[in-house]
Design a binder for this molecule. Structure first.
Ligand code: 3PG
Length: 305
């Protein structure tokens, strides 16, 4: 059996070593395709593999039809919007993710971005502190829960909205439950986005929500750029000169925003949330173990299609 790790944005070496160990122990063969610059390299590499481990790499109909022997794709991470689930199902390919494995890394970056925003992007002027401020968490999944835990250490008041999470889970975490999305934005100094990119959520963080933020509000996006209505965001930043937007994902209108709203917007050049050795090890090795469990024993506990 051949397992391909195809990562345009590679894992730390220590994570690749861990993946190799798991694959070797199972008696399978590991192939690596890192930092590829052309899709044709991925299409060639998948031709004879039984399993594929990816990060945000696009796995669409083209990839699936080029992968004649493919049985399983594991997205080493949380969001699987980069994988065409329908096409995978049609090709008889199981798709899994590794929920929770990189969530602390993403949550820590939220605070890297939050401090940067409230300290005016470190421009030397007086900013504010996070202590005693209100934090609104938009979706209380694995990342959202880690964000809440860390926010407590900063002395913040934490509220969350998540129609899929029972209020008791939030109460137990010392987090207030909010049931109307507008209240989440209007009632918190900082809102941190943790919703997945789905047909329902795409473009849902719009002008109306962003301009509901209180004075000097900050919107943090370590989720997906697609959840933002980018034209609405530009309009909101124009109409509300007190608002800031900091993100781990470059929006499509990044150059317009950077030019017009210098000092109030920040984007990482490449998605950095899960780029820690720990997250790479956790997600990469979990993915390798899931591949082996599936190929050897048919276990598909983390299947998403
Ligand atoms: C995820 O969905 O797990 C995160 O966005 C991390 O994505 P990455 O593996 O491409 O860094």
């Amino acid at each position: 059996m051949k397992v391909l790790v195809a990562t345009e944005k590679p894992f730390a070496k220590v994570a690749v070593d861990g993946i190799r160990k798991v694959v070797d122990q199972a008696g399978y063969e590991l192939e690596l395709l890192e930092k590829y610059t052309d899709r044709s390299q991925l299409l060639d590499a998948v031709a004879d593999v039984d399993a594929l481990i990816v990060r945000s790499d696009i796995v669409d109909e083209d990839v699936l039809s080029a992968a004649h022997k493919l049985k399983i794709v594991v997205r080493a991470g949380a969001g699987y919007d980069n994988i065409d689930l329908k096409a995978a199902t049609a090709h008889g390919v199981v798709v899994e993710n590794t929920p929770g494995q990189n969530s602390n890394a993403v949550a820590e970056l939220v605070f890297g971005l939050a401090v940067m925003a409230v300290r005016n992007m470190y421009n030397g002027t007086s900013g504010t502190e996070l202590k005693d401020k209100k934090l609104g968490i938009h979706a209380f999944g694995q990342v959202g829960r880690n964000v809440a835990r860390i926010a407590k250490g900063f002395g913040m008041t934490v509220n969350a909205l998540d129609p899929y999470c029972p209020d008791e889970v939030m109460t137990q975490a010392g987090v207030g439950s909010v049931h109307d999305v507008k209240d989440l934005y209007a009632g918190n100094d900082i809102v941190s986005l943790h919703i997945p990119a789905t047909p329902e959520t795409k473009g849902s963080v719009n002008y109306e929500l962003i301009t509901s933020l209180p004075k000097n509000g900050v919107l943090i996006n370590t989720a997906r750029k697609e959840v933002i209505d980018e034209a609405g965001l530009a309009r909101a930043l124009e109409d509300r000169p007190d608002i800031k937007y900091v993100a781990d994902i470059k929006p499509d209108n990044a150059s317009e925003l950077t030019e017009k709203f210098a000092g109030r917007v920040f984007f990482t050049p490449k998605k950095m949330g899960a780029q820690t050795a720990e997250a790479n090890i956790n997600a990469g090795i979990a993915a390798a173990n899931q591949v082996v469990a599936f190929l050897r024993d048919g276990v598909d506990r983390f299947r998403v299609n």
